[in-house]
Design a protein around this ligand. Structure first.
Ligand code: ATP
Length: 198
């Protein structure tokens, strides 16, 4: 599985629809200071569900939407699509997976997988254990290497879990435990109601 392409529209310094295609192997993004290189990696993390404004180098979430220049007025929404090659079938389903996120100035945000509207949870689940998620090891940003080499066993464990394909099961186990707790609380409540009625 590899990143085949990225389409940006209205995201940070990319007001006009911009398609970036990646070949297999190493791709270097080069350009003068302030030309938008880091905005490209911000877009990748954003479409994968990044919710931290600070890590997207903004002050508020709407800072990811093109804010206008002297010649071009600001935009009211932005969208980023990430095209993943899935010809090896790492993810069950289509040979090409397109994850899209759209955001509006009023704070609304939408996610899509292969043009079907979905939740952020679905994006996270589909990419879990592929290393591609927002916290996956395929995005090595500044400070990540130090984090990996840190002495914090919990942090290291997370990275190894993702690489070994265990993260998904840990996530599902946590989810199941939460549901069990909810069901047990509901049961207690029903018993209470019954005893009140009797
Ligand atoms: P450097 O090499 O200095 O790190 P860079 O190529 O990584 O630079 P970026 O940080 O990606 O550059 O882009 C910075 C540019 O993006 C700035 O000119 C900034 O004004 C512009 N920019 C950021 N957010 C927005 C926005 N919401 N609307 C319009 N332009 C934006």
């Amino acid at each position: 599985m590899y990143l085949k392409g990225l389409t940006l529209k209205g995201f940070k310094s990319f007001p006009i629809k911009t398609d970036i295609f990646f070949e297999k192997g190493v791709t270097a993004v080069v350009g003068p200071n302030g030309s938008g290189k880091s905005n490209v990696s911000d877009a990748i993390r954003w479409v994968l569900g990044e919710q931290s404004v600070k890590s997207l180098r903004g002050e508020k979430m709407e800072d990811v939407i093109f804010s206008g220049t002297d010649t071009k007025s600001e935009m009211n929404s932005c969208e980023v699509s990430l095209i993943l090659d899935n010809s090896e079938g790492i993810i069950a389903g289509e040979k090409e997976i397109i994850v899209k996120r759209k955001a509006y100035r009023n704070g609304e945000s939408e996610f899509y997988i292969n043009r079907n509207k979905c939740r952020l949870k679905d994006v996270r689940e589909i990419l879990m254990d592929t290393g591609i998620g927002k916290d996956g090891y395929s995005i090595i940003e500044q400070g990540k290497v130090e984090e990996i080499l840190s002495n914090n066993p919990a942090t290291k464990r997370k990275i190894f879990d993702e690489a070994c394909g265990i993260a998904k099961y840990r996530y599902k186990k946590n989810d199941a435990e939460k549901n069990l707790k909810k069901a047990s609380d509901n049961l207690t409540r029903i018993v209470d109601i019954f005893s009140e009625i009797e």
